[in-house]
Design a protein around this ligand. Structure first.
Ligand code: FMN
Length: 249
């Protein structure tokens, strides 16, 4: 079984590609959150993978909450794969305290965090995905061979500072629902509500409103067909990311 969490589809796509190459199935961690689905202990599975995006050089909180509840047989082969725009810091070591994996990889995918950076150019996005496909083949081969002691996560510069200090400051000072705005071009389609992986958006009188459980994945902004949603002013001039622009499968 592969459990994935994904804001904008990158991690879902990676999970599905690995599943196809390892004869496995996927489950969306959001379904457990949104539908209050009960977590079954995957004790019958001989291999369990967790795939998630890097948010400020670590795993998003819902992923940690989910893996904390999973229980395994001692001999279940376990692995993690994180997707990141560039680097993952010390995610693997920090995540291992919650999920005792045998192997860990990172896969570079297009950036989605537009409050701070613009999207990758089309050329860079396509290159990342093509390189990602190659990396996924290697991952699948290792998973099929139950390879252990793999640590192929790109940490980047100053990984400790990023994962333990900047990550803390990011959640304390940056991640908030308060800066989201919606303008009059909103057509009440509900895409933002449906795309939110943590059920944080409701439509009130046809307009999205954000509760205070936002994780800043930006799915609401990227999936809005009208570009009606922004976070403060930073995202107004930035691109919108849709994975389906780059992959058909
Ligand atoms: C809140 C947030 C924080 C992010 N922080 C990082 C980061 O620290 N390092 C990095 O390389 N990419 C970072 N990214 C980029 C994502 O990890 C990357 O685009 C990922 O593939 C998105 O996956 P998803 O589409 O499954 O949500 C961040 C994205 C978001 C939304």
């Amino acid at each position: 079984m592969i459990y994935y969490f994904s804001g904008n589809g990158n991690s879902r796509w990676v999970a599905e590609q690995i599943a196809a190459a390892t004869n496995d199935t996927v489950e969306n961690i959001s379904d457990y959150i949104k539908n209050k689905k009960e977590i079954q202990c995957p004790s019958q599975d001989e291999k369990v993978g967790i795939v998630f995006p890097i948010h400020s050089w670590y795993a998003p909180r819902p992923v940690i909450d989910f893996v904390d509840k999973l229980r395994f047989n001692a001999d279940t082969y376990r692995y993690m794969v994180c997707t990141c725009g560039d680097d993952a810091g010390k995610t693997a070591s920090r995540f291992r305290r919650h999920f005792k994996f045998d192997a860990a990889w990172s896969v570079r995918m297009p950036n989605t965090y537009i409050p701070m950076f613009d999207l990758d150019s089309d050329t860079v996005a396509r290159l990342k995905i093509e390189e990602g496909r190659e990396k996924i083949k290697e991952i699948a081969e290792d998973v099929n061979n139950r390879k252990k002691k793999v640590r192929d996560v790109f940490e980047g510069a100053f990984p400790f500072t990023k994962t333990y200090i900047i990550n803390y400051l990011f959640y304390k000072f940056v991640v908030t629902s308060k800066g989201f705005t919606v303008d009059d071009s909103c057509i009440s389609c509900g895409n933002c509500r449906d795309a939110c992986p943590v059920n944080n958006i409701r439509l009130v009188d046809g307009r999205p409103t954000w509760a205070d459980n936002c994780i800043h994945c930006m799915a609401c902004i990227h999936t809005c067909p009208q570009r009606s949603i922004n976070f403060k002013t930073a995202t107004k001039k930035r691109g919108r990311y849709l994975l389906k622009r780059y992959v058909t499968r």
